[in-house]
Design a protein around this ligand. Structure first.
Ligand code: C2E
Ligand code: CA
Ligand code: CA
Length: 591
């Protein structure tokens, strides 16, 4: 990849007309020297149509030859190699940057020609019928056809393989977007994404599978975008995304990170599980430059920077980086050391049974005790942890710490409390999730029946089969599951029926206005009633007032969690809270 590849050059072959027919550079691919001499002679006899014929007998030399020289057409003897000729044809077409290929062999046309065309070959000639003029005509026609196809492709705005717009449209559209953004003082982001090691995929699986991969990369990218964003394929293995009307510069980086995150899941290619990584460069108008050209150039520069790193990385164009971006990136970098430097803390917030006001469990909530910035709340660093992949080791630390503290509580005689631990959907990217959790629980020596994992719907949306498998394995250990933030996003009772979910937690946004907003009141009542029909326990989150608690009690909600009882506090403070609650209950029972 070089910056030149963004120059807008369509790579068209020279036009061939009858009046001034340029001579052709022909690459002859055949393992036999005698065959080469025979073909060379046939071409020479065809009235000087060739200026150069070059022989290649060894596949391993091909890549070098293409990097040094371009050919107008390739003449390939299909008996050239033992491997599947169609796979090789794909490889040839890709490596030669789609130079037209005319195939010859001793097979009759009826057997081979159709398959050759389907595999991308330009023409097929049977050796027994070959003549000097016929060969010359076939070569010229292949070039003409190829050039016409290229023109057609440029004319139509859609990239035929992926169905997204092509580079020409992208350049026009981006230019227009910048002009508009300039008029309305809007922020526009550009993300350039390049598939890492794509040529290796072609080498290994052939051109056709490579095409399939590009198609699927495009469709994954599309999944991660809003309707207003536009995706374009601007090179063989390169995509561009225009992010219209951004709120701020940081957003562009988030989108790029979100897009890359879609690639942590492997592709199934030719029955192989293949992890494909992308490198992304982000530049934002007006910070990164005054016009479309400079933004493209700087995004490309950032992308090349990202390429130097190891797979799935995003680089942001730096020069005029805003303070927010800087802080965000700094936080992300610092978080990497937070875990090692023991700066993470686990706080606990009680869950109370509404029927009898007893503490029945608690939720474990992470905090970051930053050496200079003080206590940082999870909403500030979890997105960074998710982006950087640190969420996985962080998640295991949380499970480990929660188990250690649970064991302590059990030792103090609190052996019925349910300990809830949050699991981010990103933790399901880790294919060793249940195995690792099992190991942690096993070593902690706790009663697994007291452990509950809180999941959000996104975990189920992401990879249902894998999630289901993990949940099943962990359920067998005695662990239970709850559905967090219920009512937001894609909430559906279907998930509850399909998965071993024993509790749902109604999102605090519904509880907040449950007394004043009729819609929220109806939703909360409906969730409780539907959940009970499915024998699922219901916890209301964010309960702050006695009124809310009375409403929930009236409508038979099972448990409540919120500031009304306690904020999330350190382990010691939580232990004191439990002691006080116990003393209070004893005093109440005595009176
Ligand atoms: P969440 O799982 O929905 O956690 C509940 C959040 O609501 C907590 O915020 C809690 O402190 C807050 N909250 C509790 N009661 C009240 C209340 O009465 N009123 C209001 N306004 N808020 C209340 P927190 O601790 O800041 O956590 C925020 C989010 O961070 C959590 O939302 C959870 O999604 C995530 N998180 C926290 N700890 C972890 C963790 O260990 N792993 C993962 N993956 N995510 C975590
Ligand atoms: Ca939660
Ligand atoms: Ca929640």
């Amino acid at each position: 990849m070089s910056e030149d590849s963004l120059s807008g050059n369509t790579g068209m072959l020279p036009m061939v007309s009858r009046s001034e027919e340029p001579k052709l550079n022909v690459l002859l691919l055949t393992s036999e020297h005698t065959e080469f001499l025979w073909l060379q002679r046939l071409l020479e006899q065809a009235d000087g149509i060739v200026s150069l014929t070059q022989w290649c007998s060894d596949l391993s030399q091909l890549r070098d030859m293409f990097s040094q020289k371009t050919y107008d057409v390739i003449l390939w003897d299909c008996g050239f190699r033992d491997e599947d000729p169609f796979v090789f044809l794909g490889f040839l077409s890709f490596d030669s940057d789609q130079t037209p290929v005319v195939c010859i062999s001793s097979e009759s046309e009826a057997n081979l020609s159709k398959a050759i065309f389907q595999a991308g070959g330009s023409d097929y000639i049977c050796k027994s019928t070959i003549t000097s003029n016929g060969l010359a005509r076939a070569l010229r026609n292949a070039i003409l056809r190829h050039s016409a196809e290229k023109q057609q492709e440029t004319k139509s705005h859609i990239d035929t393989l992926t169905g997204v717009v092509n580079r020409q449209v992208f350049f026009d559209r981006f230019h227009q977007s910048i002009l508009r953004a300039d008029r309305h003082e809007e922020v526009i982001g550009l993300v350039l994404l390049n598939v890492d090691e794509f040529s290796g995929v072609n080498d290994r699986f052939g051109y056709r599978e490579g095409d399939q991969l590009i198609k699927r990369v495009a469709s994954r990218l599309r999944q991660g975008l809003r309707k207003s964003d536009s995706l374009a394929r601007i090179g063989g293995d390169e995509f561009a995304v225009i992010l219209e009307s951004l709120d701020n510069t940081v957003d562009a980086n988030y989108v790029a990170a979100k897009l890359l995150a879609l690639f942590e899941e492997p592709f199934d290619l030719a029955h192989h599980q293949l992890v494909v990584t992308l490198s992304a460069g982000v530049a934002v108008f007006p910070d990164a430059g005054p016009d479309s050209e400079s933004i493209i150039k700087n995004a490309n520069r950032a992308m090349l920077d990202a390429k130097r790193q190891q797979g799935n990385s995003v680089e942001f164009y730096h020069q005029k980086m805003s303070v927010a971006v800087e802080r965000e990136l700094e936080l992300e970098a610092e978080f990497r050391t937070a875990l090692r430097s023991e700066q993470l803390r686990l706080f606990y917030q009680p869950r109370v049974s509404i029927a009898n006001n007893q503490v029945v469990g608690y939720e474990s909530l992470i905090r970051w005790q930053h050496p200079t910035r003080g206590l940082i709340m999870p909403d500030e660093f979890i997105p960074a942890a998710e982006r950087s992949g640190m969420i996985v080791p962080m998640g295991y630390w949380v499970v480990e710490q929660a188990c250690r503290d649970l064991a302590q509580l059990q030792a103090f005689g609190y052996d019925d409390l349910v300990c809830a631990v949050n699991l981010s959907f990103r933790q399901f990217y880790d294919k060793k999730l249940s195995e690792t959790v099992f190991r942690i629980i096993y070593n902690a020596n706790i009663n697994t029946g007291n452990l509950e994992f809180e999941l959000t719907e996104s975990a189920m949306m992401y990879d249902q089969t894998y999630t289901q498998k993990c949940l099943k394995q962990l359920t067998q250990l005695g662990v239970s599951f709850s559905l967090d933030d219920f009512g937001t996003g894609y909430s559906s009772f279907a998930n509850i029926q399909q998965l071993p979910i024993s509790t749902i937690k109604i999102d605090k946004s519904f509880i907040e206005h449950v007394i004043t907003n009729t819609d929220d009141e109806i939703i909360v009542k409906a969730i409780v009633s539907l959940a009970h029909n499915l024998q699922v326990n219901v916890v209301a989150e964010g309960v702050e007032t006695e009124e809310q608690l009375a409403f929930l009690r009236h409508h038979h909600c099972d448990e409540a969690q919120g500031y009304l009882f306690s904020k999330a506090v350190s382990f010691d403070a939580f232990l004191s809270f439990l002691e006080a609650a116990k003393a209070n209950a004893i005093a109440l029972a005595d009176s």
